[in-house]
Structures are given as structure tokens and as C-alpha cells.
Design a protein around this ligand. Structure first.
Ligand code: NDP
Length: 450
């Protein structure tokens, strides 16, 4: 039956979700083709999480080298070579891209390095003109940075270009107050740039607990990052000196050397032939899917950022895996559980959270108990760095069931991953209290919360 078609599965997009789905489907015995117009690995590997985290490591040395002096080290005069870091990061990105490609090839997935479009119910036409057919089609085309449509917007860059800069700009304006804005603000600031974040509202990192957001704001200001709130772009103009003059509502103009747009990401659904195929899209252009990642068209599925459910790599990977197991695994259908997803912002210092925020819990549950620890990490005390961490646990009153944990402080994403297991498992504050602390650590604060 399947031989009616060239492939059992054709995947469009080789990002985290598409690669996982293709590899697992192939392992289940499916004949798989995959098209990718850019590079294998997608946003996360090529121009997102992976290179960003390497820059975060690189940036943090600015503080570590400074702090080292208080620990007795004579570090001499330190200089920073952006081009060296950039090239090392880009080389590693290429290495990982190679590994992803190798994995697909080892599973006999046919990779087409070109754009693909649906041109019939089961037909895909590649940019080269080659036409293939597939029994099932998976849309895994991800999302791209949203750029506000103000005058001169083309003078700005997005996170895509930030990894390829020739030099660290002296003055950077970052538009947006979310993940990418705060992560790149930290990176550029540590590399010595003067950073200004401008956001259309007065809220940073919507969705995170207000105490953590406030703490990040205080620390960021203390580190020298400027913030302008309730500011919307009016326009960007190039000055005679080659700088960028940015005008905005409610604030004076600002002259900078680089404007970075970090104002959300939009699903890549244009030009894929989805209209003609009858695939239903949402208001933001996202592909609408059910719990098994199936669209309204029976044999067309979608996973990852293109569905705009939760724009996180591990979620896309789970969706890809569940799709492949459901359609090709021969067992029960598998739905991804989108609740209690831990996440982190790799700001300086990082934030990590799982479950509900305090205000969310108050609204949804009502009767809650909040425990917290506001402390200075031992390393920061010796270093003379006046930067406090904050851990927060939100519990259901009476049962003590943990509804959410949030933290800001050194290594908080590393600590949160283990704590998230406990929250997902439905453990209580008493379970944490019954666990002996590992001393001296920052993580021990989690079992000593008052
Ligand atoms: P976010 O959704 O995190 O933040 C977008 C920011 O831009 C918000 O401050 C928002 O303001 C503002 N904004 C939205 N639309 C407009 C607009 N039209 N004009 C002006 N400002 C606007 O998006 P990011 O771009 O930072 O990141 C995209 C997604 O990628 C994240 O949501 C996350 O899912 C993922 N990501 C995850 C990371 C991680 O796991 N560490 C790292 C980077 C990205 P307001 O709040 O007022 O709406």
C-alpha cells in the first residue's frame, strides 16, 4: 500500500522536531525523505539555544575574571577577542550540524537541501523541480524573528545575525523584553557594550514570577543595562556618521550602533502550499494541530514552533518523537503532555522556573502558601559581588503540593532540572523538607525554604 508513494513520511524542516520525527520514523521502518532549505539542525542548533549558550559562557568570564581577584588570583590585564569566540562557536555549530546530518543518513533518511512546497494532497515539489510523493507529511518549519514594521526596520538585526557580527557594537539597543532580549542584553553587556532594552509594555519576561522579574531588573540595572518601558518604535535612521538614530514613543531619541529586534517569533507557514492543501492556520499563521500533532487534513501533521504551542526545543523534540511513535510505532497513540514544562532564561544571572507563578496560583487555586529564600551565594560574598539569589516555592494550602518553583541565581537552570522532576511527580513541600541538604550548595536552599 505504502509503495503507492515514494516515501512513507516526508518532513519539511530539519530542526529539532523534524529531525527527531524523521529519525524515529525511520527507525520504526518508514521510508523517510526530508527537505531543509537552510542548514540541518534548525534554529536551536544553528542560530539559537546552542550558539547562544556558548556566548553566555564566554560572556560570563568577564565577571569570573573580575571575581578571581578576590579569590587571590592575579589575572593581569585581560582582553577579549570576539572574532575568536565567534569563530569557535560557529565551528562547533558546524560540528553539531554534521552530527545531526550523520544521524539522519545512518537511518537512511533522504535529505534534500532545498525548499519544499506541497503541490498536491500527497505531492511535494522541491525547489529544483523534483516532485516526490508521500503517504504522510510533517510540517516542521519552525519560526522566524518578528520584526516590527517601523520605518528603517531593515537597519536592525535579529538574533539570526547576532552570531555573525564582525565586532561587538559599542552601543546596542535591544527591542523586546522577553527571552532573547534579556539573554542578549546580558551577553553584550558582559562584552562591554552599552545596552539599552526598550519594550512596548512595562513588563519583562511575561509569564515568569513577578519577584524573579523584579530581581533580574534590579541586577541588570546594577550591571549597567538601561531600560526604557512603554516605548514603541517610531523609526530608525542612519546618521551621517553611520550610527543609528532610533525614535520611539514616550522617550527621547537614542543613538546607537546596532539595533537588535527580539520581539517574538512568527511561525514559518508562508509559501508552503498549506492553503491549497486545506491545512487550517491560526491568527498568527500557526498550524493548528490536535493532541497528536495532526492537522485538520488527515495525513498532514506539524510539530515544533510552527504550531506555536510552546516554543521550546525540548517540547518540539517530544512532539516529533510522539508523532513518529503514533504514526509509525504500531502502538497506542502518544500525546505530548504540555503541562509543568520547566524553562530557563539564560540571563546574567539566569532565571529558571517550573509550574505556576505566585499570581497564577492565586488566580487559579486561591488558597496557597509561598515559601522563599533570598540569599547571597557564597561565591558572590567572597567576590564582593552584591547580587542576591531568590528561590520561591508555591504550594497548595493544606496539602502542601508544590504548584511551582522559580529561581534566579547562579546555575539556577542546572538546579531546576532536578527540582522539576519533583514538581512533575506531584511532590509536596514536606517531601523537600524530608530531604537532607547537601552543604554547602545553593541548591540546598530548596530543602530549607521558610
Ligand atoms: P518573547 O515572547 O520571549 O518576548 C517578546 C517580547 O517582545 C516581549 O517583551 C513582547 O512584549 C515584545 N513584543 C512582542 N510583539 C511585539 C511587537 N509587535 N512590537 C514590539 N514588541 C513586541 O520572544 P523572544 O523573541 O524573546 O523569543 C521567542 C521565543 O523563543 C520565546 O518565547 C521562547 O519560547 C523561545 N526562546 C527560548 C529561550 C530559552 O528557552 N532560554 C531563549 C530564546 C528564545 P510584551 O510582553 O509586552 O508582549
Amino acid at each position: 500500500m505504502a509503495d503507492e508513494y515514494d516515501y512513507d513520511l516526508f518532513t519539511i524542516g530539519a530542526g529539532s522536531g523534524g529531525v527527531r520525527a524523521s529519525r524515529v520514523a525511520a527507525a520504526h521502518g518508514a521510508r523517510v525523505g526530508l527537505a531543509e532549505e537552510h542548514r540541518v539542525g534548525g534554529t536551536c542548533v544553528i542560530r539559537g539555544c546552542v550558539p547562544k549558550k556558548m556566548l553566555v559562557y564566554g560572556a560570563h568570564f568577564a565577571e569570573d575574571l573580575e571575581d578571581a581577584k578576590q579569590f587571590g588570583w592575579d589575572v593581569g590585564e585581560c582582553t577579549f577577542d570576539w572574532v575568536k569566540l565567534r569563530d569557535n562557536v560557529l565551528n562547533d555549530v558546524s560540528r553539531i550540524e554534521g552530527l545531526y546530518t550523520e544521524t539522519l543518513e545512518n537511518h537512511d533518511v533522504d535529505i534534500f537541501h532545498e525548499r519544499a512546497e506541497l503541490t498536491g494532497a500527497h505531492e511535494i515539489t522541491l525547489a529544483s523541480g523534483k516532485v516526490v510523493s508521500a503517504k504522510h507529511i510533517l510540517i516542521a518549519t519552525g519560526a522566524r524573528p518578528h520584526v516590527p514594521g517601523c520605518d528603517g526596520h531593515e537597519l536592525g538585526i535579529t538574533s539570526n545575525e547576532a552570531f555573525h557580527l564582525d565586532a561587538i557594537p559599542e552601543r546596542v539597543l535591544i527591542a523586546g523584553g522577553g527571552y532573547i532580549a534579556n539573554e542578549f542584553a546580558g551577553i553584550f553587556n558582559e562584552f562591554g557594550a552599552k545596552v539599552t532594552i526598550i519594550n512596548r509594555s512595562d513588563t519583562l519576561l511575561r509569564g515568569y514570577d513577578h519577584s524573579l522579574r523584579d530581581r533580574l531588573l534590579q541586577i541588570s540595572i546594577a550591571k549597567g543595562i538601561d531600560f526604557r518601558f512603554n516605548a514603541e518604535f517610531r523609526g530608525i535612521e542612519k546618521t551621517d556618521e553611520g550610527c543609528l538614530n532610533v525614535s520611539m514613543t514616550n522617550h527621547d531619541d537614542l543613538e546607537v550602533d546596532c539595533v537588535l529586534f527580539a520581539t517574538g517569533r512568527v511561525p514559518n507557514t508562508e509559501g508552503l502550499g498549506l492553503d491549497a492543501a486545506g491545512v487550517q492556520l491560526g491568527d498568527k499563521g500557526e498550524v493548528i494541530v490536535d493532541q497528536f500533532s495532526k492537522t485538520n487534513v488527515d495525513h498532514i501533521y506539524a510539530v515544533g514552533d510552527v504550531t506555536d504551542r510552546v516554543q521550546l526545543t525540548p517540547v518540539a523534540i517530544r512532539e516529533g518523537q510522539a508523532f513518529a511513535d503514533t504514526v509509525f510505532g504500531g502502538g497506542e497513540p502518544v500525546a505530548v503532555d504540555h503541562t509543568v514544562i520547566p524553562a530557563a532564561v539564560f540571563s546574567h544571572p539566569p532565571i529558571a522556573a517550573v509550574g505556576m507563578t505566585e499570581s497564577e496560583a492565586r488566580n487559579k487555586i486561591g488558597d496557597i502558601e509561598v515559601y522563599q529564600s533570598d540569599f547571597r551565594a557564597m561565591k558572590n560574598v567572597v567576590a564582593g559581588r552584591n547580587e542576591r539569589s531568590l528561590y520561591k516555592m508555591i504550594c497548595e494550602a493544606g496539602t502542601g503540593k508544590i504548584l511551582g518553583i522559580g529561581m534566579i541565581g547562579p546555575e539556577s537552570p542546572e538546579i531546576m532540572q532536578a527540582a522539576a522532576v519533583a514538581v512533575k511527580a506531584g511532590l509536596t513541600k514536606a517531601d523537600f523538607d524530608a530531604t537532607t541538604a547537601i552543604h554547602p550548595t545553593m541548591a540546598e536552599e530548596l530543602v530549607l525554604l521558610k
